[in-house]
Design a binder for this molecule. Structure first.
Ligand code: C2E
Ligand code: CA
Ligand code: CA
Length: 732
């Protein structure tokens, strides 16, 4: 008797016929059954069952007993198939039955059940055993518990399905952060097909909402601790960005090395939108969509803190509509609401970027103007009130409404939102008492200041055409030989209504309204005309210096404009010197340098006025095309007795010499100051000790008085003064 693969013909000899042969399904290697065979089966670690042709158990070994929990006694004689259970796959069973019936070997995995009812995956190999005559005599079945493999496979399948079909967008990279797999949810949310992503760095999904350092840190953390989570803004294929919650995990291999990173993303767009909606509801007025009181208070706190740190003012404005109740009562709330919305739009359109407008009550609005002076605040209110008073068209109605406003100023009137709000409101009520459709400041002082500023602003608008401006000239002398080196043109305003007004007062107002541009032009043109006349009379000083406002300096095309004015008068450009202040370079030093370079290229001289009081960056100074530094009057006035001012004056002079610039000291009032400046090597002087500013027709007198051997440094103020006095008297 032998055991063989039925497909392979028997090669055994008849002497071996009574022997039992075991055969495997592998290429046939038959061995004669030894007397020790039974013992070998008993000791085999593999579970073995032998059954007869009727499929009844003939033998099971101890390994089989151990695997199934059945004992040999229980099983011998029993029909095979006792390992089957409810979930044993019928197809595989059928396959086995057919193989057995046909005398073929069978190998397959079956879900089997132990005696105690527990299931296990059994890899069964059934081999038919034939005798020497080729007659089927027995079956030998080996069993192999492969549950672990099945569980692992099931888990892998499950994991793959979860990955592929899960709702969360997922991405897997290798250890070098190259994308190796993404799921359907990921391609859907990113808009990238998988093929576009494989092999790429996840960086292609990054948005510029984060610095590159943010991503570096994220990967570093995930690499180091195995985990990173947080909110990220990702970029889709179409360029749009969306917020996501990212969990990034490191996958570790058998040797502890990083093999992959798994990133899962949940979309936060809706949550963010919901948060945003809630935040808007809490902070904005739903009708006009302007900030509400709570939000204004918060913003004001930050703006006030900033203003305090920068030493800047902040204007707090309270605006209330006049008789708004009548609109509501007579035309209904719907009309009132539409008017308010339209009004809010108008007000918004008139604001600067840094201004904050909010609605704090039915028809009450608050406006925060960081950096605004009282005068500027007044200008803004006037503009806003003008916008309010334009007719509103609501349906068939055309409505006219006015407003009353109150202004409180930080830091004078209060330091926090509540203090400023209540004072601005008080000021607003005062406006109502005074007859509405106007505005008031909280403090009388501000009110006066502002009233005067508004008055000056109004009067200045007509000053040029009314011929109220004139120029005076103040000599500038060399300290070495006392010769006249130039004159500075100084603007005078003799207002028809107010009499003489100092440039110290009106220049800043003209600067804030922009009127300084035409006024400055008038000065330049007049100074050049004067220079032309002096040249023609052969009494011209070498140069005329003209003060320049930073507002003029920043006008586009300014250098060419000056050059045109100079050419119009036929004055050589080198005889004009523009006095700038250090502030021209404060916002945009590079732009300022370009303007200076252009002026320099036209041959126009430049000097820095009030040097030492403003923004001084030495590194810029050396690149400025400036020929002269004017030492500020404040240092000159103390140069005889303040050691600090002496040091400053000496330093400025050395600095100027080092940079190849000329120095001129302004505001020299005494011979002692003159001497102190001479000792320190100052080049030029200007001031009352040399001469007060005088009208142009006095230049011949002045030159005459100092003609001959007499130096200009020995002033004959008396003679010039008496000449003026005479002239003035005769003018009356
Ligand atoms: P600034 O450019 O520093 O002009 C010098 C000022 O000091 C002048 O005052 C002048 O009269 C005065 N001053 C001259 N010598 C002495 C002195 O020995 N002692 C004293 N205490 N003062 C002296 P002013 O004319 O009232 O001008 C004041 C400021 O107004 C000028 O200061 C300048 O910043 C501005 N300004 C004058 N005219 C113009 C102009 O045409 N355009 C521009 N943008 N600003 C001008
Ligand atoms: Ca000046
Ligand atoms: Ca000055």
């Amino acid at each position: 008797m032998r055991l063989r693969d039925p497909k392979i013909p028997s090669t055994s000899s008849s002497s071996q016929a009574s022997r039992l042969w075991l055969a495997s399904s592998q290429p046939q290697v038959a061995e004669p059954v030894m007397p020790q065979r039974d013992e070998a089966m008993r000791l085999a670690p593999e579970p073995i069952m032998v059954s007869d042709t009727q499929r009844r158990v003939v033998y099971v070994n101890p390994a089989f007993e151990a695997l199934t929990g059945y004992s040999a006694e229980e099983l011998v004689g029993r029909a095979c198939g006792f390992l089957r259970g409810p979930d044993t796959c019928p197809e595989v069973q059928q396959e086995m039955r057919e193989a057995i019936a046909a005398g073929r070997p069978f190998r397959g995995d079956l879900l089997n059940y132990r005696k105690d009812g527990t299931a296990f995956w059994n890899e069964v190999t059934v081999l038919p055993v034939f005798d020497a005559a080729g007659e089927l005599v027995q079956f030998v079945a080996t069993q192999h518990d492969v549950s672990a493999r099945h569980i692992a496979k099931d888990e892998l399948l499950l994991a793959a399905r979860v990955f592929e079909e899960g709702g969360e967008a997922m991405m897997i990279t290798d250890a070098n952060q190259r994308i190796v797999k993404v799921n359907a949810a990921f391609t859907a949310s990113s808009g990238y097909p998988e093929a576009d992503l494989l092999g790429q760095s996840p960086g292609i999904l990054g948005s510029d909402r984060h610095d590159p350092s943010f991503y570096l840190e994220m990967w570093r953390e995930a690499g180091a601790s195995g985990y990173w989570q947080g909110e990220v803004w990702s970029r889709r294929k179409d360029g749009s960005v969306h917020p996501q919650y990212l969990v990034l995990r490191r996958v570790v291999g058998g040797k502890g090395q990083t093999t992959h990173f798994v990133a899962s993303f949940s979309d936060l767009t809706e949550r963010k939108a919901a948060e945003e909606r809630i935040w808007r509801l809490a902070n904005y007025d739903s009708l006009t969509e302007l900030p509400n009181r709570a939000f204004l208070r918060e913003r004001a706190a930050r703006l006030l803190e900033q203003a305090g740190q920068d030493g800047q003012p902040l204007a707090f404005l309270f605006l209330d509509l006049d008789h708004f109740k009548k609109v509501n009562d007579s035309l209904g709330h719907a009309v009132g609401d539409r008017l308010l919305v339209e009004l809010a739009n108008r007000l918004c359109s008139a604001l600067r970027e840094q201004d904050v407008l909010g609605r704090v009550g039915g028809d009450e609005f608050v406006l925060l103007l960081p950096g605004a002076s009282a005068t500027e605040a007044a200008q803004v209110v006037r503009r806003l009130q003008e916008l309010v008073s334009r007719p509103f068209v609501v349906g068939p109605q055309e409505l006219m409404i006015t407003s009353s406003a109150g202004i409180a100023m930080f830091p004078f009137d209060g330091a926090d939102f509540d203090a400023l709000a209540s004072r601005a409101e008080v000021a607003m009520y005062r406006t109502k008492e005074l007859g509405r459709d106007a505005f008031c400041f909280f403090t009388a002082e501000m009110q006066a200041q502002c009233t005067r500023a508004l008055l000056l602003d109004n009067l200045l608008r007509r000053a040029i055409e009314r011929g109220e401006f004139s120029l005076q000239f103040q000599p500038q002398c060399s300290l070495k030989d006392g010769t006249l080196t130039g004159v500075e043109a100084l603007l005078r305003w003799n207002s028809g209504e107010l009499g003489p007004v100092s440039p110290v007062e009106f220049i800043p107002i003209a600067e804030s309204s922009g009127l300084i541009v035409p006024i400055g032009d008038w000065v330049l043109r007049t100074a050049l005309e004067q220079m032309r006349q002096w040249i023609d009379q052969d009494i011209a000083p070498p140069k005329v210096a003209v003060n320049l406002s930073v507002v003029q300096f920043r006008q586009p095309g300014f250098p060419d404009h000056v050059r045109r004015l100079v050419d119009e008068q036929g004055v050589p450009p080198c005889r004009l010197e523009l006095e700038l202040t250090e502030s021209v370079a404060s916002d945009d030093p590079t732009g300022a340098m370009a303007v200076m370079d252009a002026l320099h290229a036209h041959g126009i001289g430049l000097s820095i006025d009030d040097f030492g009081t403003g923004y001084s960056s030495l590194s810029y100074l050396k690149r400025f095309k400036v020929g002269k530094l004017k030492i500020d009057r404040s240092f000159v006035s103390n140069v005889t007795d303040s050691a600090a001012d002496q040091a400053i004056v000496s330093t400025i002079i050395r600095l100027a010499n080092g940079l190849g610039m000329v120095t001129i000291a302004e505001g020299v009032e005494t011979p002692a100051q003159l001497e102190a400046l001479r000792q320190r090597g100052c080049d030029q002087v200007q001031g009352y000790w040399i001469a007060r500013p005088f009208p142009p027709e006095d230049l011949p007198v002045y030159r005459e008085a100092h003609a001959g051997s007499q130096s200009l440094l020995q002033p004959r103020r008396q003679s010039i003064h008496s000449r003026w006095t005479r002239r003035r008297r005769s003018a009356r």
